[in-house]
Ligand binder design. Sequence first.
Ligand code: ADP
Length: 162
Amino acid sequence: MHTKALYTGSFDPLTNGHMNIIERAACLYDTLTVGIISNPSKKAQYPIEERERMIKQALEHLDNVEVAHFSGLLADYVNSGDFDVVIRGLRATMDFEYEIQMAQMNARLFDERVETVFLMTDPKYSFLSSSMIKEVHSLGGDVKGLVPDAILARMDELAQNE
Ligand code: ADP
């Protein structure tokens, strides 16, 4: 059976914690789509087109991974895209509380065959979040090694143009 997986998030920006989940999921499933959630009511630091460009560049080395974005209900995107598995990453118990609620709601909304699968973070990245990266980077702190190099280069470039 050909298994199509989807990993969703805001990825504002994508961190090495996300990258670790993506590389591991890409080994587990035939194809993986990284689906960037476009949520107009949530103010993002990086516009959706910018995030998509940055992520595509950072994932060039992965043959079975593609990048897309979507808005609206996750279940509509999942069901219409014929995905079999939705991947989520878990860092700590605080992620678990939220993720179990989402997974249980989604189980009602997803087509019956679709499963949500959780991958535990690599302990190296258990403290890492996009919001932490944005905060440290905006104050001039060094985030090298915490986001993919291609993404950091673009973040530096955009910060210089501000
Ligand atoms: P969202 O807005 O959906 O929380 P994020 O971009 O923050 O989007 O995260 C997307 C997914 O990646 C979520 O499942 C989140 O728990 C997971 N994730 C975020 N940071 C890490 C990390 N450092 N290690 C593992 N998983 C992570």
